[in-house]
Ligand binder design. Structure first.
Ligand code: FE2
Length: 379
């Protein structure tokens, strides 16, 4: 059996406090506080996983208690309890970092389900954070991201769950499916840093697959491409958030740092023992066809094919999504831009294949961009 989580019940009224205690004490360690001030004292001394907080209390109000808890101990999950007619306050609570809210009088089945869901999410989050730290220490790279509190959105949580708990995924001799799920999670976590790149890897994956289909890439290469698209920017976890989240164009020095992400990415994944085809995507997706790209200044077909594909898909996605400093290009404008850079930045033959397929599938591409971009801002 796993260790019991500790729950803090904060309510000024004895009745609800005790009844929650009765319901929960056989599953969890319970602490209780009858005011916001006492709750704040308790979180300093006890190892609390989750707090259930009444919003309407004399003295320090629930919402203020919530804000203080989140300031002091952001890792504590908070569920707020609210009476009839105060839905707006509950919504405010979510804005200030509460994980969920429950209406009073509470329903026992519902409250247990909500607590389980939240604690499960927290456990996956911790596992995932440990994974990132481990990755950082194995590769000797400091990962600022691993120390940061991640805003989880539901889909991300579902993906982590899928990647981590399906029993077949736990076997030693891998299913590549598991691996793909896991790299998706990594990519999504990374993209959560920046609303402008939300969904970027899945779109790069989608566009790359279109090119792969068009040029009849073999199944094995397509598998590598699949993973490569999700991992291509993984090195950004090693770059300071200040640069990743910058609202505007980089200055010279920042550009220099940002340009290191392919190399950092390779350092990171080397320790995972993954194939050189995938590594080549990570390292070379910013090479230019005319040899003026980075990090190695490779030219033409010296640039591995998969990296040349991802480079086009990556840039096409950047062009067709909004950036802090400019609006998205239309597909037609993006096609013109691809053509303009064919032969200098991009492989001209692959550009033509991609444009052909864009013209064939314009509608579904439009949909793909809309669907993933409209999720921006969830977390
Ligand atoms: Fe990149």
């Amino acid at each position: 059996m796993e260790d019991k989580a500790t729950i803090l019940i904060v309510d000024d009224e004895l009745g609800p406090r005790e009844s929650l205690n009765m319901v929960l004490k056989s599953f969890y360690n319970i602490c209780m506080a009858d005011s916001g001030v006492k709750a704040l004292e308790m979180i300093k001394g006890e190892d609390i996983d989750l707090a259930i907080l009444d919003l309407k209390m004399p003295g320090l109000q629930g919402i203020d208690t919530l804000r203080e808890i989140k300031k002091e101990r952001p890792e504590i999950e908070v569920i707020i309890l609210t009476g009839y007619g105060t839905l707006k306050t509950a919504v405010d609570g979510i804005r200030y970092g509460a994980s969920d809210y429950l209406m009073k009088p509470f329903n026992v089945v519902e409250i247990i389900a909500v607590i389980r869901k939240i604690l499960e999410k927290k456990r996956f989050y911790n596992e995932f954070k440990t994974f990132l730290k481990e990755l950082g220490s194995r590769s000797g790279i400091d990962l600022p991201h691993a120390k940061r509190q991640v805003n989880w959105d539901h889909s991300l949580f579902e993906m982590i769950k899928e990647a981590m708990i399906r029993p077949s995924d736990r076997t030693e001799d891998d299913g590549s499916h598991n691996y793909i799920e896991f790299v998706k999670v990594l990519a999504n976590t990374l993209e959560n840093k920046d609303p402008y790149t939300h969904g970027h890897s899945s779109r790069v994956n989608y566009f790359s697959n279109l090119i792969a289909q068009k040029i009849s890439l073999c199944a094995e290469e397509r598998d590598y491409l699949q993973i490569g698209t999700y991992l291509h920017d993984i090195g950004k976890v090693g770059i300071d958030n200040k640069i990743i989240l910058k609202d505007g164009k980089f200055n010279e020095q920042e550009l220099e740092i940002a340009r290191r992400h392919p190399e950092i990415g390779v350092e990171l994944v080397k320790s995972m023992g993954i194939s050189h085809q995938i590594i080549s995507v990570i390292r070379h997706h910013h090479e230019f066809f005319d040899g003026t790209g980075h990090p190695d200044g490779l030219k033409g077909e010296e640039i591995p094919l998969l990296a040349r594909i991802v480079s086009i898909a990556d840039s096409f996605d950047a062009m067709t999504t909004d950036r802090p400093y400019r609006k998205a290009f239309s597909i037609e404008e993006a096609i013109l831009e691809l053509r303009r850079c064919a032969g200098t930045q991009f492989d001209p033959i692959l550009v033509e294949s991609f444009i052909e397929i864009i013209n064939e599938k314009n509608e579904s591409i439009q949909r793909q961009i809309q669907q993933t971009v409209s999720k921006v801002g969830v977390g």
